[in-house]
Design a protein around this ligand. Structure first.
Ligand SMILES: [Zn+2]
Ligand SMILES: [Zn+2]
Length: 280
């Protein structure tokens, strides 16, 4: 089974990506959480194009990808779990958790370090958050993330099937937790005990910096609780809260050219307007 999975990795990933994208797009259109202040047109084209460019560059520049590294490490007996001859199930589970923790840590870093924030702010500049925001990342950020992941996979000696499952889950989770989907308070309360829900991640897209420096998780909600970066609700509420970055009002971030050039323009951290206090 693991061999079958690693042989058909591109097809599995593409099918999962397209399936979840269409599913979340239909669901968020039927059950929207917020009314979109901006139209889909150019925004969607830009967000989808960024994902396509990033994927193309990855396949051209790093054709081995994380799965290839995992298979190579397996062949050479390289990496922690191979060295320890850890049981497969244990190596699988711990690899999955370690990779999710890595993505959490990397996300924090991309907010704190100037040149990394320049790349990551393209994701945050989206003035509406929906399923396509989940795949809106600057291509250089995508390449850097893959480089970090490949190094981690090699050092861990992570099983290839665990790496593929992690990639599929991460991609699906990003599209789910960025979707503008109304899932109901009760369901959200239960789900967020385990995974990152759309309401939880929306806080991370607030224009207020103290809110967008919270809820860094993408798949498991565990890490934010553990490391004290958890915020349950935005101070202005989910319907009234403003999304994006104050310094980049709509429609600028909807342009593909703007999104590609933005990391190389302006200052990394422009001075922020005074934080508005809670109204109630
Ligand atoms: Zn972020
Ligand atoms: Zn996000």
């Amino acid at each position: 089974m693991p061999d079958f999975i690693s042989m058909h990795e591109p097809e599995i990933r593409l099918a999962a990506f397209a399936g979840v994208l269409v599913l979340m797009a239909v669901l968020e259109a039927a059950l929207p959480r917020r009314m979109a202040g901006v139209t889909r047109g150019w925004r969607w084209l830009t967000n989808l194009s960024l994902a396509a460019i990033g994927t193309l560059l990855l396949r051209l520049g790093m054709p081995l990808l994380a799965t290839g590294v995992a298979l190579e490490a397996e062949r050479r007996g390289f990496g922690l779990f191979h060295q320890l001859e850890a049981p497969y199930a244990l190596a699988f589970l711990l690899s999955f958790l370690a990779l999710d923790l890595l993505v959490y840590g990397q996300h924090v870093l991309f907010h704190k370090v100037g040149f990394l924030w320049r790349l990551h702010r393209v994701h945050h500049a989206d003035t509406h958050v929906d399923v396509t925001t989940g795949i809106r990342f600057h291509p250089v950020e995508i390449l850097m993330s893959m480089g970090i992941k490949m190094a981690a996979v090699a050092l861990l000696g992570a099983p290839a099937a665990a790496v593929i499952l992690f990639e599929v889950v991460l991609n699906a989770a990003a599209m789910f937790n960025h979707s503008n989907l109304r899932i109901g308070e009760k369901a959200d309360r239960i789900l967020r005990l385990f995974i990152v829900t759309p309401d939880m991640h929306r806080v991370h897209h607030s224009v207020y910096h103290d809110e967008h420096d919270m809820n860094y998780g993408f798949s498991l909600s565990l890490w934010d609780r553990l490391f004290g970066t958890w915020r349950a609700e935005p101070r202005d509420g989910h319907i009234a809260m403003k999304l994006g970055l104050d310094e980049y009002p709509a429609p600028q971030p909807e342009g593909l050219g703007w999104s590609l050039i933005n990391p190389f323009a302006g200052t990394a951290f422009p001075p922020q307007p005074k934080r508005r206090e809670r109204m109630t």
